[in-house]
Design a protein around this ligand. Structure first.
Ligand SMILES: [Zn+2]
Ligand SMILES: [Zn+2]
Ligand SMILES: [Zn+2]
Length: 293
């Protein structure tokens, strides 16, 4: 991936799939069979990079550490540049913001452990409860020295540079550890972007409409288009795409759909479901997409 950064501050989409990616482990659906046969059609787990090209070298932060992180860091090779001590390695990102503790959002963290990148004091921003869950688990202990946890609190902005803030917003989402889930509002010098990769129901987040209305662009949970994708399993707590489009009404034009399950027909360029998304004024995110902020 070549990244052309024409604006000072930008967000790059490094993945648009639900946690399991495309192809999905153990799946023989036509879309996954196709992606197994043609790896260039594979899709990575949902992830953003936030780049501040005003800094030298550029500031680079990831939103979530996905199981596909080695490819996603590779996509950023031109922006990261060489590691200061090890010129054949990439410089580490300046920090990672975690939305929540599910596999697709933290599964890449062990890549910073002693077996691979051996990070040293890599800032990882998370809720105190999430960093505690990870930090207290024996199997994650080898990582402990490599990561420098930074606490995130709802509605409290983190200022990364002049005119560049990341504000965590607490959203309702399946919460096995009482560690919560964050959406992030990213404000650059001229525009703002809202990132909500996982949420149970829009109706359970009273600030949802205001948060979308306040954003220039909102990348939102579009895991499933319909319950037909669930193969008879009980309904999963994610809003369905048509309901999301209807819920935001006129502001659907600000929505860019991400965190797509491998079953979601909007992944297909010519599906009626995808046409319906674009008719509503919304769009579907793509790997490599850049938003200037
Ligand atoms: Zn997820
Ligand atoms: Zn599949
Ligand atoms: Zn989740």
């Amino acid at each position: 991936m070549t990244i052309d950064l024409s604006t000072d501050v930008s967000v790059i989409v490094l993945g648009v799939m639900q946690d399991g990616g495309l192809p999905h482990a153990g799946c023989r659906c036509p879309r996954c069979v196709e992606a197994f046969a043609h790896p260039e059609r594979a899709g990575r787990a949902a992830c953003l990079a936030l780049i501040d090209a005003r800094m030298e070298p550029a500031g680079v932060w990831l939103i979530d550490a996905t199981p596909d992180i080695r490819w996603q860091l590779g996509d950023l090779a031109g922006v990261l540049g060489p590691h200061p001590q090890r010129p054949q390695r990439l410089r580490h990102p300046d920090g990672i913001f975690l939305t929540h503790g599910h596999f697709g959002h933290i599964g890449g963290l062990p890549q910073f452990g002693p077996e691979v990148m051996a990070a040293n004091g890599l800032p990882v921003y998370a809720s105190p409860a999430l960093s505690a869950v990870i930090g207290e688990s024996a199997i994650w202990r080898p990582l402990a020295g490599g990561l420098a946890w930074r606490d995130l609190f709802p509605d409290r902005p983190v200022e990364l540079a002049t005119g560049l803030t990341v504000t965590p917003l607490a959203v309702p989402h399946r919460d096995e550890w009482g560690a919560g889930t964050f959406a992030f509002q990213i404000k650059g010098p001229s525009r703002s972007l809202l990132y909500v990769p996982d949420i149970d129901r829009w109706e359970e987040w009273p600030a949802a409409r205001a948060a979308v209305a306040a954003a220039d662009v909102a990348l939102v949970d579009a895991t499933f288009f319909s319950t037909a994708e669930l193969g008879g399993r009980p309904p999963v707590a994610h809003p369905l795409v048509p309901d999301t489009l209807a819920y935001f009404g006129m502001d659907a034009a600000r929505l860019v759909l991400t965190h797509l399950n491998h079953t979601n027909p909007v992944l297909d360029g010519h599906s009626p479901e995808r046409a319906m998304v674009y008719r509503s004024g919304a769009a579907v995110a793509w790997q490599g997409q850049v938003f200037g902020l």
